[in-house]
Every structure is written in C-alpha cells, then in structure tokens.
Write a protein that binds this ligand. Sequence first.
Ligand code: G6P
Length: 612
Amino acid sequence: MCGIVGYVGHREAYPIVLKGLKRLEYRGYDSSGVALLNNGKLNVYKKKGKVAEMEEDTLGKDVHSHIGIGHTRWATHGEPSDRNAHPHLSQSGELAMIHNGIIENYAHIKQELLAKGYTFKSDTDTEVLLNFIEDIKINNNCSLEEALRIALKRIVGAYCILLISKDDPETILAARKGSPLVIGIGKGEHFLASDASPIIEYTKEVVYVNDYEIAIVRPDELILKNLGNEKQTPFITKLDMELAAIEKGGYDHFMLKEIHEQPDTIFDCLRGRLLPQTGQIIMSGVDNHIEALKNAQRILIVACGTSWHAGLIAEYQIEELCRIPVEVEYASEFRYRNPVVNKGDVIIAISQSGETADTLVALESAKEKGAFIFGVVNAVGSSIARLSHAGAYTHAGPEIGVASTKAFTGQLAVLTMMALKIGYAKGTIDEKRYLGLMKELEAIPEKVKEILADTSNIQRIAAKYKNASDFLFLGRGYNFPVALEGALKLKEISYIHAEGYPAAEMKHGPIALVDEKLPVVFVATKDSYYEKIVSNVQEIKARKGMVIAVATQNDDIIPGMADDVMFVPDTDEVIAPLLSCIPLQLLSYYVGVEKGLDVDKPRNLAKSVTVE
Ligand code: G6P
C-alpha cells in the first residue's frame, strides 16, 4: 500500500525513480510524484492518477538530478488529488518527504503545529510528520537526522519514509516501522524501494531495513542506526529473483500471465519437498517443529483477503487429515477482539506480501502471548516471514496483478503438504492415504496446464454474462471457500457485486435473489458432496436462475442441468480447490477485460495493504 522509490548516485535519478514507480504501481495508483534536487533547487512534480499521468506532466520540465525520491499513493488521509499526492514539502520548502503508512497521532501533532503558526497544503498525515521534523530541527538546532530520530520516537503508527533536504544533495534519510523498505547496494549508488522490483535490474545485493531503524544513504555509504543512535550492521542479502519475473512476458496483463504461470509456480512450490517416490515431504520449517505442530491443541489461522480463503481450505484439510481443531480468523478482527491465545497454540499466518499490516500486528500480539507462529508467505524476507518462528515459502515468485492468483495456489500447495506431513507424523492418516494424496498433489501442475490449454470456452462465458449486475457463487465442503474466492475475484476485477455462499445455506436467504437474470456459479466437482450439490443446482434451475458450473471432466449429470460448464480434471477432493479455482480466476479476468477495465489495477484496491 503506497510504493516508494529513492535513488542517490552517479546516474540520472528521475528515469530510475519513474521506472521503479511503474513497477510499484500495484501498491497504489491514485496519485504519484517525485522530488528531485538540482543545483540547490528542489523540484517536486506530482499528479492525481496513474504514474503515466505524472510522467506526462513532467515533459519539458527540469528533471535533472542525481538524487530523487518518488511515491505512488493509495489514499488514507485525504482524497486522491494533486495536493495530497506525495512528496510533500516542509513549511520552509527545504525538505521533501514521501511516506507509506499511517501516523495515528497526527491530529494531536497537527494541533501543536497549527498553534505555532504552521499551515498545511494537504490533508495528509505525512505533511504533519514532515513539519514536525522540521520544527524539531529548528527548535533544537540539531541535524536533520537527529530531528528525525526525535520525531520518530514521538509518533504512533506505521511508516516507511524517505526524506531529502535542499542543503544535502548527497543524502537520503530513510526510516521504517511496519512498512517495508529494501535498499539496493550498487557501485557508488544506492536504490531504495518498498520491494525489490525497482532494484533488481541494477543490483542483486540488498539490505532489508528493520523496524525502528534509520538509514543514512549516500552514493558511497549506507549507515544503519537504531532510534537510540547506535550503529547497526547492515545484513546484505542476495536477491533470488530475475527481471523477467516482474515483466509481462507477452501477456496483456500481469493477472493473465500469473494465472498461466501456475503450472510452473505450483511445481516450484512442490519441487524438492514432495517426494512420493520415497514417501517423504521435506519442509524444514515443519520438520524442525513437528512436535509443536502435531501436539497443538488448536491451530489458529490468521490472514486477510484471498489468503484468508486459503486458510479456510486448510481448516478443512487439517481437521480431516490431522484431527486438530482449527479456527480461521480475519487478522483485523483477531487482533482487536482480545482473543484467547494460549501458550502452545499454533498460529499459521498466511500472506502473499508478508507485509499486510493487520496480519502483522495480529501476529505480534499472539507472539507476545506465547503462541508459536508459522508463516506461509510468498515474499521472501518480508516482515511476516521474519517475525515467524518458522515457516514455508510459497515460491510463487513476484505477484504483480492486484488480484491474487498464483500466490493463492502456492499457499494451497504449501498448506496441503503441511497437513499431510503433520497428519502422517501424528498417525491420523494411514500410509495409503498419505501416499495417494502425495501422488495426486504431484499431478496437479499438469492438470492445471490442461485447464489452461484452451480458455476459449471461459472467454465465451465471460462475454455472455459480463452485463449481469450480481453473481452468486456456491460450493460445498472444500469447494465452499473456492466459491468465496470466486466471488471475491469477480468483485475485485469486474466491479460486479458477487456473493459466495455454502450451497446448502443458500436456502436460508440468497435464494430470494434468484431470478432469470442472476448467474449462479456452482463449484460442483465430483466429491463426497456431489449428490447434494446436484440437488442445489436443481433448486436454482427450478427458480429460473442461470447456472454456470465448474464440473469434473466426464461428468454426465451437471452439464445436462447447467447453462454453461467449465470443466476441470478429476482429483481427490482434499486438493480439488487447486483445480476448481482456476476457471474462476479466468472467468473474472475475462469479464474484467470484456468490460474494458484495468484488471491489473482495479479501482480502490492495493496489493499490499500496509495500513490497518
Ligand atoms: C489485498 C490484496 C489481496 C490479498 C490481501 C491479503 O487485499 O488485494 O489480493 O489477498 O490483501 O494480502 P496478503 O499479502 O497478506 O496475502
């Protein structure tokens, strides 16, 4: 949520910052801006809308500089507008700052500053923080670094900030708490960004800045300090990511590319871990903590959005295969409702970005209460990955499309392996079932490939139903969370109102919505609920609803009842969601495309929600 980029070094800063902002646009895209220093002049250009609009606005203007900071915004305080776009300038015009996060006590600080005669050009908490820093610098007659340190000790909330000053064209000051910051180390240059994607083409050596650290970044120098002004040793990590992974590679949209990558990303996730030939599942995070996991009295799964849906599927898997009670919690609810967390409880945190603020803070408080935290995370080195006691990466690679697709199937693959491993260690599944499910899981990438080989039928269905104003998604058992995910995807991408429901529960309310205009998507693959869901389809047809079904290949009943069918290969019901979610991802993608919408950057959404 909000992307930030910075550069200081021997090259022209603007093209690097601009390219970086385009890479980070998935984090927010309601406005963007840059601040550049040239010959003692601080040039700030900012504009409502996408980065391309800001870029157009800078044509013919002075963008020469060897130091620059840039921001792409997802509005929190203040509507999207030129005036609320970052960077902000301090009252004196000497300082420029960008910020990702929320300063919770900004109103109180603003009051103090207003009383001192400060005026504000924007409605943002960022401008308040910047003037607060400037005020401290003037009153204490101290360095900017010292003023920043004092200010950070007084503020409450989350931040990643980059700050430059007219009188120091060689230095970017950066700080983080709760919002991510990566610094790329080049030769005589440094790159700063919310994630590694703006950095990857220049250097693979990066430092992930920790919470409560300040970075003093110059062309030849990177100094990290804590808020107590003590130097910290930067820990240099090698990026394991290729440039191609963050480019569209011939696809029209990142979302489509990421949907089509799934045979490979699931394969990568299973590779070296799932070994049906030897009957082993190797996951060091699980192996090293197998006692804690198999003896857990309770497992709590904490997540948001699509990751929460992966958690629901894991609940069904873990309860069935491991006989451990599981509760799945929205992170935002979990953290505020004073939940019961006992020492010895296992918490599984699921997150693509590893930076979702609600999930992160929920984990921090659970960790304090003595829970064991296991992270299922995609972004390597992210905050949730680092906070967890143990974990397993999903290895889906960078996911850029705002709507999560390949990260979701990666999460399902990891969670399935975990459930199998724990269940087998506990003795709650026998060897036959364990090996059988391993083999089924191993076959999933090829089966996903089969679904993706011809998507023309799904495109046709999308075109047919694109003008519907509402959709209902229904499923039972393992396919109930898939129905929820299908509805979420459609809402996100096509702005069509959609609801997911357990197919049987539909009779207790949503059935009142059914008429000849309502498309009802049934996730009705062959499983132990199959007969029941066939009856549910009949209930909808009897009320003239339009039925689109996700059905198993060779099913000869559902196709006779449904108006349209999207087929998936057969598999065990425990892992059926890995297949049944794919047609629904494609359906929402193509409906969005049919409606001419920006599927990679749906309105109001952001990929990485780093505010609560
Ligand atoms: C946002 C994204 C969703 C994602 C959710 C949780 O809402 O748009 O795609 O599922 O955040 O994010 P996480 O990174 O924690 O999985």
